[in-house]
Design a protein around this ligand. Structure first.
Ligand code: RP5
Length: 158
């Protein structure tokens, strides 16, 4: 049973959202990826969020562009933490999606990441951080990840 759901509003979001999947693969966190849209498949989005907790999911990552309602729509139907990734495929280059994702009204939180691939990667890391609170193996992997990142930067010579 997957622990993390990675959703995206359109197949055109896949290239960016794959970055989240790669990170979860690195940390060996089970996950699933689905194209589900708040606007185009609202019933599917509702069913997914209503049944997510029972299916054993613990965190949902939702990437969407333009008038990005996916993360907020999911958050309306579940108590699971929702991590939103604003995507930049629109003429406004993701500024629209950023505001749609981050400006949730009080009472319905969505953790909003950066726009695009950095946001997708950080969404996966944030999901791992949430899961690590009950998993010593993930804590060790996160510490190693930070250590490797530090070593890579320190090894850079200009
Ligand atoms: C959003 O509309 C999707 O998340 C996507 O980023 C954007 C455009 O979708 P397509 O027209 O490329 O399918 O719902």
């Amino acid at each position: 049973m997957p622990k993390v759901g990675i959703l995206m509003g359109s197949r055109s979001d896949l290239d960016v959202m794959r970055e989240a999947s790669k990170i979860l693969d690195d940390f060996e966190v089970s996950h699933e990826m689905k194209v589900i849209s708040a606007h185009r498949t609202p019933e599917r989005a509702r069913d997914y969020s209503l049944t997510a907790e029972k299916r054993g999911l613990q965190v949902i990552i939702a990437g969407a562009g333009a008038a990005a309602h996916l993360a907020g729509f999911l958050a309306a139907h579940t108590i699971l933490p929702i991590i939103g990734v604003p995507l930049d495929g629109s003429p406004l280059k993701g500024f629209d999606a950023l505001l749609s994702t981050v400006q949730m009204p009080g009472g319905v939180p969505v953790a909003s990441m950066a726009i695009g691939k950095a946001g997708a990667r950080n969404a996966a890391l944030f999901a791992v951080q949430i899961l690590s609170r009950g998993d010593a193996d993930l804590v060790a992997k996160l510490n190693l990840y930070k250590q490797q990142m530090r070593a890579e930067i320190e090894a850079m010579e200009i």
